[in-house]
Design a protein around this ligand. Structure first.
Ligand code: ADP
Length: 256
C-alpha cells in the first residue's frame, strides 16, 4: 500500500516524566507518522515504547512537547480529546473487553453510543468484521468463553468498528500463549495490508520486519535509530541497536 506524503501524527520534542521528575520515560522524542504508514516501535523493556504510544492519544499527558493529529494540537484546551480518541483505535496487551457483555455487544457499544450508529447498522458492521476474522460463531458468547487469541482478535475488530484513522497497538501479543501469537499477528497483517495507518509496539521482531514500513528503535526514553526494516535489522548504525538485536537473537535462538 502506498504511503501518503500527508503527515497524520506529528510528535514534537515529547518529554514525559513520572514521580515528580525522577523517572524520565520520554526524553525528547520527535516523530512524524504518515497516512498509510505502518510503524513498529521496538526496544528493551522500560525504554519508553508504551509511553510514547499512549501519548499519541493522550492516555499519557506529556510533561512538555506537543502532539499534532491532522495538524491539530491535541493538548490545546479547545480540542475535544474524546472526539480525537475516536479516530485512534487502541489495542492493549490485556484486551480490555467488557466481561459482562457479549462479543457482539462489545463491538457495537461504542459505535452506537459515541458514533450514533443505529443498532442495526452497528450489528451489520460487527458481523462483517467478525466474519473477516473467522469468529462469526462467537457473536453471542461472553469474553470468558474465548481464548486469549480470540479475545485479542475481537479487541482489534472492536477498535475497527469505530472506523478509526489510525490503529495503535500496545504489545498486542505479549500476554498471549505462544501458540496464539500467530493468529493475532495474522489479523494485524491483514489489516495493515488494507492501508490502515498503524503504530505497533512489539517484541515480535520477525513480524515487525515483515509488516512495518519503518522501524523505530528506542532506548532510555529516546529514539536511538529509525529506518526501513532492512536498514535497522541488517545494517544498524548505532551501538545500542546492534546490542539489542544481538541479545534478541541470542535469546530467541536459545528458546528455539
Ligand atoms: P516500555 O514500553 O519500553 O517497556 P514504558 O513506556 O512502559 O517502557 O516505561 C518507560 C519508563 O517509564 C520505565 O522506566 C517505567 O518504569 C516508567 N513508567 C511507565 N509508566 C509509569 C508510571 N505510571 N509511573 C511511574 N513510572 C512509569
Amino acid at each position: 500500500m502506498a504511503i501518503s506524503s500527508k503527515v497524520l501524527i506529528s510528535v514534537k520534542h515529547l518529554v514525559k516524566e513520572y514521580n515528580h521528575g525522577t523517572v524520565h520515560a520520554l526524553d525528547g522524542c520527535d516523530l512524524d507518522i504518515h497516512k498509510g504508514e505502518v510503524v513498529a516501535i521496538i526496544g528493551p523493556s522500560g525504554s519508553g515504547k508504551s509511553t510514547l504510544l499512549r501519548s499519541l492519544n493522550l492516555l499519557e499527558e506529556p510533561t512538555s512537547g506537543a502532539i499534532y493529529f491532522d495538524g491539530v494540537d491535541l493538548a490545546s484546551k479547545q480540542v475535544n480529546i474524546d472526539q480525537h480518541r475516536q479516530k485512534m483505535g487502541m489495542v492493549f496487551q490485556h484486551f480490555n473487553l467488557f466481561p459482562h457483555k457479549t462479543v457482539l455487544q462489545n463491538i457495537t457499544l461504542a459505535p452506537i453510543t459515541l458514533k450514533k450508529k443505529t443498532p442495526a447498522e452497528a450489528e451489520t458492521q460487527a458481523r462483517t468484521l467478525l466474519e473477516r476474522i473467522g469468529l462469526s460463531d462467537k457473536a453471542n458468547e461472553y469474553p470468558n468463553m474465548l481464548s486469549g487469541g480470540q479475545k485479542q482478535r475481537i479487541a482489534i475488530v472492536r477498535a475497527l468498528a469505530m472506523d478509526p484513522e489510525v490503529m495503535l497497538f500496545d504489545e498486542p501479543t505479549s500476554a498471549l500463549d505462544p501458540e496464539m501469537v500467530g493468529e493475532v499477528l495474522d489479523v494485524i497483517k491483514g489489516l495493515v495490508e488494507t492501508g490502515m495507518t498503524s503504530v505497533i509496539v512489539t517484541h515480535e521482531m520477525r513480524f515487525a520486519r515483515e509488516a512495518a514500513d519503518r522501524i523505530i528503535f528506542m532506548d532510555g526514553g529516546v529514539i536511538v535509530e529509525q529506518g526501513s526494516p532492512e536498514q535497522v535489522f541488517e545494517n544498524p548504525q548505532q551501538e545500542r541497536t546492534k546490542e539489542f538485536l544481538q541479545s534478541y537473537r541470542e535469546t530467541s535462538s536459545a528458546q528455539a
